[in-house]
Design a protein around this ligand. Structure first.
Ligand code: SAH
Length: 217
């Protein structure tokens, strides 16, 4: 169930759903996703569209959304990997691992301390040493590490946090889910590029994430 073969099947499924980046697919083929979830759920860790519970009312992002967001956020860096990446919402740390294989350094911010500590242990056991964990409210990013080539947020905000835009490098890209302000329901995935002249924003997919919550616990 948790073998290389199961993982290879997940990769073929992602390809069939339109994920094209060989870099992203090959990284996802190497990371044992089942070690990020509870033992009882291990067998389901490779289902493409299942957001499994990770405790504290939070869920692990589906393989499909991890692949889509990673492909989007890394697209401007086809030639050279992004140097510094900021992730908001560490959760179980699976998305963090994918980013850490693609970038030189990842700063990952999580508001729930026990979740962050568990992710830190999992990623240490997997011998990731290029991740900095921050227990903080991700609305404000992490200024000391800025600017970031890529910013990826895994919880839905009511608006694009201006602090995050400021921490994006020129030439960098941010991908995040934002709640539709007109209907107050439904979420869109935003892609924001920073150029010399300012920001270019577009929306790409309808998505469903847990909300971005203020404060830390
Ligand atoms: N990529 C993670 C997603 C987990 S769900 C995974 O696959 O496991 C989203 C995460 O965002 C949760 O862990 C939640 O606690 C965290 N989160 C929500 N609001 C936040 C905030 N303001 N700052 C930092 N993390 C936040």
């Amino acid at each position: 169930m948790t073998s290389d073969r199961t993982r290879a099947r997940m990769i073929e499924g992602l390809r069939a759903k339109g994920v094209k980046s060989e870099r992203v697919l090959s990284v996802m083929a190497t990371i044992p996703r089942h070690v990020f979830v509870e033992e009882a759920l291990e067998a389901r860790a490779y289902e493409l569209d299942k957001a499994l519970p990770i405790g504290f009312g939070q869920t692990i992002s589906t393989p499909e959304i991890v692949a889509i967001m990673t492909e989007l956020v890394c697209a401007p860096f086809e030639k050279e990997a992004p140097k510094k990446v900021l992730e908001i919402g560490t959760g179980c740390g699976y998305q963090t691992a994918v980013l850490a294989k693609l970038a030189r350094e990842v700063v990952s911010v999580e508001r729930i301390a026990p979740l962050m500590d568990k992710a830190r242990r999992t990623l240490r056991d997997l011998r990731f040493f290029n991740i900095i964990f921050k227990h903080a409210d991700g609305h404000f990013g992490y200024t000391s590490g800025a600017p970031y080539d890529a910013i990826l947020m895994a919880a839905a905000a009511s608006h694009v946090p201006p602090e995050l835009k400021q921490q994006l490098a020129v030439g960098g890209r941010m991908v995040l889910p934002v709640v539709n302000s007109k209907t107050d329901e439904g979420q869109k995935l935003y892609v924001i590029d920073r150029t010399e002249d300012g920001f270019i924003e577009k929306t790409v997919h309808d998505v469903r994430f847990v909300p971005l919550v203020s404060g830390i616990v």
